[in-house]
Design a protein around this ligand. Structure first.
Ligand SMILES: *[C@@H]1O[C@H](CO)[C@@H](O)[C@H](O)[C@H]1NC(C)=O
Ligand SMILES: *[C@@H]1O[C@H](CO)[C@@H](O)[C@H](O)[C@H]1NC(C)=O
Length: 344
């Protein structure tokens, strides 16, 4: 019993001491994750042909990232720089990066490269320009550090590029772990505020630092998430949109918003007398016009100014035709007039 306890104590201690004894060496390559919510066909070949032991040259990585952007299938392009991030972070802190993994898992297209030759510091500036030109984007938001306060929620459907420059990861193990945990929450906070789930994300470090020697070893990042990749649209539009329809509540704020319909029984009941009056007036007017027309044809020679009268009759007939056609509109107008005069 004592022996087992001692052994497990040593086992717990082992990784800590191993980490502490590791010599720091210059970081030669950075890990990169690229993922898009919607499927970006044609990119899987880069993943399938990739050997994690090799380092992807900058030129090749540029081709891959451009090809991902070329699809323009996202409403937001998010370029995340975690200064000092190394392959080991994504392996040793796998459990802490819950939300990152969740977003990766939901993505229709996802690529990971354990080793990409250190990218230039302004890589995202170039990528931003490329995205703006390719996808005709105008919006750009730059976020710094671990503060989401300066990120104002935008609810319009505008297409944007968000560049995140997270706080540099500390070297101290405990502080580094905390910073990773904070990043995961921060990342989720930003993504959750976006109005559209259609996002394309590139995450890496643009500021290489020193790494423990064991970072040079070949190790797979998030192996479970990259087990069997295929080019399938994971995110069915209907499924995504469905919860929103529940929130929709039609607003009713009276007559002004909902035009009255003569065929609406409630409207008819409320305005029965008024509608009948209009019909009676209309019919009477028609009868009078017709009888006048007949009377005129009989005594046309007696009229001193027949031309003028005829013109008026024509006008009246046109008007009554119009009222017939646009009965609904006239009713609405008259009804509004009535309400106004009531208020007066
Ligand atoms: C990824 O998501 C699927 C469901 O969509 C789930 O069954 C699976 O466990 C997830 N994998 C990981 C590693 O989170
Ligand atoms: C990040 O921000 C959160 C919330 O504001 C805070 O609790 C945390 O200490 C910050 N972490 C770092 C490493 O700055």
């Amino acid at each position: 019993m004592l022996f087992v306890g001692l052994l497990s104590f040593l086992l717990v201690l082992l990784p800590i001491t191993a980490g502490a004894n590791d010599n720091l060496v210059v970081q030669k390559s950075v890990p990169v994750l690229l993922f898009s919510h919607k499927v970006s066909p044609g990119l899987l070949k880069y993943q399938k042909n990739y050997d994690p032991k090799t380092t992807v040259p900058i030129e090749s990585f540029e081709i891959i990232s451009h090809e991902l952007i070329d699809h323009c299938n996202s409403d937001t392009y998010i370029y995340v720089n975690i200064p000092g991030l190394r392959k080991l972070d994504l392996i040793e802190y796998e459990d802490e990066l819950k939300f990152l993994q969740r977003y990766l898992n939901q993505s229709s297209t996802k690529l990971k490269f354990e080793q990409v030759k250190n990218l230039p510091e302004d890589y995202y500036s170039d990528l931003t320009t490329y995205t703006k030109d390719t996808c005709k984007f105008e919006g750009y938001i730059s976020l710094h550090g671990n503060n989401s306060d300066d990120f104002t929620t935008y609810l319009d459907s505008g297409k944007r590029i968000i560049e995140i420059n997270y706080s540099p990861l500390p070297d101290d193990d405990v502080a580094r772990l905390q910073s990773i945990i904070d990043f995961d929450l921060y990342f989720r906070e930003i993504l959750a505020q976006l109005p559209s789930p259609d996002q394309t994300i590139i995450l890496t470090s643009l500021h290489p630092s020193l790494v423990p020697e064991r970072d040079y070893k070949s190790m797979p990042i998030f192996p479970k998430l990259f087990e069997d990749l295929n080019e399938v649209e994971k995110n069915n539009m209907i499924l995504d949109v469905a919860p929103l329809t529940n929130k929709f509540s039609p607003k009713f704020s009276g007559m002004e918003d909902v035009p009255p319909n003569v065929f609406d029984i409630q409207f008819y009941n409320e305005n029965k007398i008024f509608i009948l009056t209009i019909i009676i007036v209309f019919v009477t007017f028609e009868i009078l016009s017709v009888s006048k027309l007949f009377g005129k044809s009989k005594h046309s020679s007696q009229k001193p100014n027949p031309k003028k009268d005829l013109k008026i009759e024509e006008k009246r007939e046109i008007y009554s035709l119009e009222t017939e056609k646009e009965g609904r509109t006239v009713l609405t107008k008259v009804n509004k007039g009535k309400t106004i005069s009531k208020d007066d």
